[in-house]
Design a protein around this ligand. Structure first.
Ligand code: ADP
Ligand code: ZN
Length: 624
């Protein structure tokens, strides 16, 4: 129902309903356009603020008497959180999905038909049922269908990494409901996917809004893998004690192991992978979303649509498949804009595994070539001695300057010229092959170079080679680093079908001839690394960023507010951040307002929340 007493400009809605003072980035342009009935295609990085781009037009259009907006969303958990958050902000939102009983679903349909809803979230498979289309048709006839928002729109594309066949049927929206504006949103950037979305959803004529993909609040760190588990524990303990985080591993078994190991260390960690019992998986996910400071150890089955704003770190214990996956997975950190950390441990075995996975896949050669190219780009990032962010953004076609917030910018690595060692290594690989007629693995190559006369060295007569003992002074760790770089850049090939033997490729030639230098970062000993990480802790650890800005009394108020929020969240059965984000609580603790009016001036405190929680918050401040 239109309500003339309610403000209906986008900015008024932003301030009144969501309690934010100003739009971010391109939000205003997008929201104004969609509110006035135009289509839009929105590409924005995770955490950029996509939800408001359709939620505000939905509210504006409802207030103009144009009816309900339909939001297509692929994931049940995401839908629930968004709807609870909207309801908390006083917006008439609901969802329709398989978790509702028949009776509940009928009630939602009834609310939809009688004009009581501003926003309805549906799964794509529900949307395309004849029953639901019929409901929509009835609204359409009465001009009460305000907007279609298609979230995670890359699911429509076979080129995207989350292809969902149900999304392809969304082309019925423009066919059956011409004139109803459509907004499609995604955080996936690549060109092919974008084109596919526009075509499939008939948005070729729509204006595209492409935002910068930079996530300046995320710090990127890539370390050399030694004892990955110990490194991870140290990372969490040193920099993220008590923080919520996600740890990605490649296999289910590894997920279980790592989760158990972290628990043994007193870290509140849980596993998540597709092999687990569905109800257990759901329970773990709910705990992660609802409680604070939980670490989820997961395969990539976990994450899409996880809308938790206060994930402080994402750690990779195994190399992802490509930069797109890496960026998407790390992008789940810090959606609230506060300092967060993307941390990865990477080693030779990762390169070997990923290359093997491509080789062993049943795909055709062309596909494998594309995958290999993508892996190479990721390896170049991992081996980089310059700014990680510049490389990441360049991959997405965005030029930038060194960021000052990645490991390489913060602690520029000492670079040493490894050309000689690389040449010795490559020529050893060549001589082993020449002498024995078949290749050898990394162990033998290193033994020969270091002049170790093991049984295997003597058995093959490798102690007579001209390169035997040529790198006596080099440590195994040093040699391994050089080896990894050579495999990463493709100068050496690891043949997984023949005992991981090493072979030269044409890329090795200019290095062997001394025409191409090999520059490597200096090995940092674990203790030196600890010292280094100690000096750069400022930006990360748990709420230290927030809390550090508070004086003792402020911190006490902050803690009291958090306790109150946890209780309230439990009572309402919603995640804590749905009530107020950490950043909002910190701002309240700092300002310590003593009237409702003063409280309403704080960013993130909208009208409904002020009414619902204002008094309780003031009371907490008084008591603290
Ligand atoms: P996305 O869906 O693009 O990943 P969200 O819509 O979840 O991002 O927004 C990320 C966070 O930023 C949310 O916590 C949201 O409340 C907040 N946010 C969005 N727009 C604004 C704004 N204009 N001012 C302040 N905070 C905002
Ligand atoms: Zn940088």
């Amino acid at each position: 129902m239109p309500d003339a007493s309610l403000a209906s400009s986008p900015l008024q809605v932003l301030q009144q309903v969501f309690g934010y003072p100003a739009f971010r980035g391109q939000q205003q342009a997008i929201i104004e356009r969609v509110s006035s009935g135009d289509d839009a295609l929105v590409l924005m990085p995770t955490g950029g603020g996509k939800s408001l781009c359709y939620q505000i037009p939905a509210i504006v259009r409802q207030r103009q008497g144009l009816g309900c907006s339909i939001v297509v969303s692929p994931l049940v958990a995401l839908m629930h959180d968004q709807v609870y958050a909207l309801q908390e902000a006083g917006v008439a939102a609901a969802y329709l999905n398989s978790t509702l009983s028949l009776e509940q679903a009928r009630q939602v349909e009834q609310d939809l038909l009688t004009g009581r809803l501003t926003m309805l979230y549906v799964a794509p498979e529900r949307l395309t049922t004849p029953r639901f289309l019929d409901l929509l048709q009835r609204l359409y006839q009465r001009q009460q269908l305000a907007l279609f928002a298609i979230d995670e729109a890359h699911c429509v594309s076979q080129w995207g990494h989350d292809f969902r066949p149900e999304y392809r049927q969304l082309d019925i929206l423009p066919q059956q409901f011409p004139g109803v504006p459509r907004i499609a949103l995604t955080a996936t950037a690549d060109h092919l996917t974008r084109q596919d979305i526009a075509e499939r959803l008939q948005l070729e004529q729509a204006e595209s809004f492409v935002s910068s993909f930079d996530r300046p609040n995320i710090r990127y760190t890539i370390v050399e893998k030694r004892d990955a588990l110990a490194q991870l524990k140290r990372f969490i303990e040193d920099e993220h004690e008590g923080d919520a985080g996600v740890v990605y591993c490649l296999s289910r078994k590894r997920v279980e192991e790592v989760a158990e190991a972290l628990v043994r260390e007193g870290i509140d960690a849980m596993p998540y992978h597709a092999g687990m019992d569905a109800s257990q998986r759901q329970a773990n996910q709910d705990r992660f979303l609802r409680e604070e400071g939980v670490v989820m150890v997961a395969t990539i089955a976990f994450g899409m649509g996880i809308d938790k704003p206060d994930v402080r770190f994402v750690a990779h214990l195994d190399l992802p498949r490509n930069i797109e996956s890496y960026y998407q997975e790390t992008g789940r950190a810090g959606r609230d804009g506060l300092p967060s950390h993307a941390w990865m441990a990477y080693g030779l075995q990762d390169v070997v595994n990923q290359r093997r996975m491509i080789d062993d896949s049943p795909a055709d050669d062309q596909f494998k070539q594309v995958q290999t190219g993508k892996l190479d780009a990721l390896l170049a990032l991992a081996e980089a001695i310059d700014c990680r962010r510049v490389r990441l953004l360049a991959y997405f076609g965005e030029p930038s300057r060194p960021c000052g917030n990645c490991d390489n910018c913060l602690n520029p690595p000492d670079v040493w010229d490894a050309t000689e060692l690389a040449r010795k290594l490559l020529s050893t690989v060549f001589r082993l092959q020449e002498k024995s007629g078949f290749g050898f693995g990394a162990g033998q190559v290193m033994d020969v170079l270091r002049g170790r006369d093991t049984d295997k060295v003597k058995q093959y007569g490798h102690d007579t080679l001209s390169t035997f003992g040529l790198a006596r002074g080099a440590s195994e760790a040093e040699l391994r680093t050089v080896l990894r770089q050579l495999v990463a850049t493709g100068a050496l090939l690891v043949d997984a079908s023949r005992f991981n033997t090493l072979h030269l490729t044409p890329v090795a030639r200019p290095i062997l001839r001394g025409e191409q230098p090999v520059l490597l970062r200096h090995l940092v000993t674990p203790s030196a690394r600890r010292r280094a990480s100690g000096t750069t802790r400022s930006g990360s650890s748990k709420l230290s960023v927030l809390a550090a800005q508070l004086d003792d009394a402020g911190r006490q108020r902050f803690d009291a507010l958090k306790r109150w929020r946890a209780e309230t969240a439990r009572e309402h059965g919603v995640p804590a951040y749905v009530i107020f984000h950490d950043s909002v609580l910190a701002a309240i603790a700092e300002a310590c307002p003593d009237t409702l009016d003063a409280l309403s001036g704080i960013s993130g405190v909208g009208e409904a929340k002020l009414e619902r929680y204002g008094r309780a918050v003031l009371q907490q401040l008084e008591l603290a």
